[in-house]
Design a protein around this ligand. Structure first.
Ligand code: 13P
Length: 325
């Protein structure tokens, strides 16, 4: 078994999932301000410390994705975040993309950037304790969208990122997110998700990416947020598993879903419903951001006397998701 395959398996096995705490400085700042906390570097650090020191987290979380800022910060005990996670038996991951930017010639669509200099950045992060990385591409559904241009540009970047990570000895989380924004139907989301995943796996093989050494992080197949007809939990689970069965090779060790703006409870229910549709060739788990940490942030609101309650809110979500597996 290759080292990459071994790490990827640890990330998705034993009923554990991955916690995404890698919001960019801009996104984390607006989430803090949203709960009345001043968006300073220190407050972002304090909040991330609250997350990673949550009791019993290692029982349900195999890895935590960090942002570059956090990766270089220290906890109150003087350890860096990756060192602290390693001591807790949690793998440290790093978000290496530099964000989705408008794609030339494709109004309303983005391409994720960050390939320049990535080989050296991967090397540095690995030396500092990263065992895996993340790159998120976003695909918008809309009138005539997504365009082939946007899909191809994004899957190309994802595949080159994945190749560079593997060359540097770390596992790439490959995240093509079909966004929930809009009023499109479940069927439309399924059609777009299937076609994006198909293009992605074509590009990954073209770039010689070792499929047993990645973790796929897709959206669940849901209807757009503004679609008047919202599908049942069972319909979402079936559409998602069908899309994955049609496109994801069985060599891929695991699929860890993003939550994408679903409520924490819905995301967990969907994950649980999918487990009943087996047997499946890959592990199905979670790599939620908002659906794991949202309730904790809402509880904490910068009030240190609520620290324990906030950690309990995170722990409850993590335990519920582990149980859903
Ligand atoms: P959400 O679960 O909040 O969508 O975040 C997951 C993630 O890592 C997005 O890149």
């Amino acid at each position: 078994m290759s080292t990459l395959n071994k790490i990827a398996r640890i990330m998705v096995s034993d009923r554990r999932g991955i916690l995404a705490a890698d919001e960019s400085i801009g996104t984390m700042s607006s989430r803090l301000e949203g709960v009345g906390v001043e968006a300073t570097e220190e407050n972002r650090r304090v909040y991330r410390e609250l997350i990673v020191t949550t009791p019993k987290l290692p029982e349900s979380v195999s890895g935590i994705i960090l942002a570059d800022e956090t990766f270089h910060q220290k906890l109150s005990n003087g350890q860096t975040f990756p060192q602290f996670l390693a001591d807790r038996g949690i793998l440290a991951g790093i978000k290496v993309d530099t964000g989705a930017k408008p794609l030339a010639g494709a109004p309303g669509e983005n391409v994720t950037e960050g390939l320049d200099g990535l080989r050296d950045r991967v090397k540095n992060y690995a030396a500092l304790g990263a065992t895996f990385a993340k790159w998120r591409a976003t695909i918008t559904i809309g009138d005539g969208l997504p365009s082939d241009r946007a899909v191809r540009a994004n899957v190309h970047a994802l595949a080159r990122y994945a190749g560079l990570c593997q060359e540097g000895g770390i596992v790439p989380i490959v995240e093509p997110e079909v966004l929930m924004d809009g009023s499109h139907s479940l069927a439309k989301c399924k059609q777009v998700t299937t076609s994006v995943l198909r293009s992605l796996f074509d590009e990954l093989s073209l770039m010689q990416v070792q499929l047993d050494g990645i973790v796929l992080k897709p959206n669940m197949v849901v209807a757009g947020k503004d679609c008047p007809e919202q599908p049942s939990v069972e319909e979402v689970a079936k559409a998602t598993v069908d899309a994955l069965r049609e496109t994801v090779p069985s060599f891929v060790p695991g699929i860890a879903f993003l939550s994408g703006g679903q409520s924490p409870e819905k995301a967990t229910e969907h994950l649980a419903a999918m487990q009943t549709l087996g047997p499946l060739p890959w592990e199905l788990t979670y790599s939620f951001g908002r659906a794991l940490v949202g309730p904790a942030l809402e509880t904490w609101r910068g009030d240190e006397s609520k620290r324990e309650a906030a950690q309990k809110a995170l722990s409850d979500r993590a335990v519920a998701n582990a149980a859903a597996r």
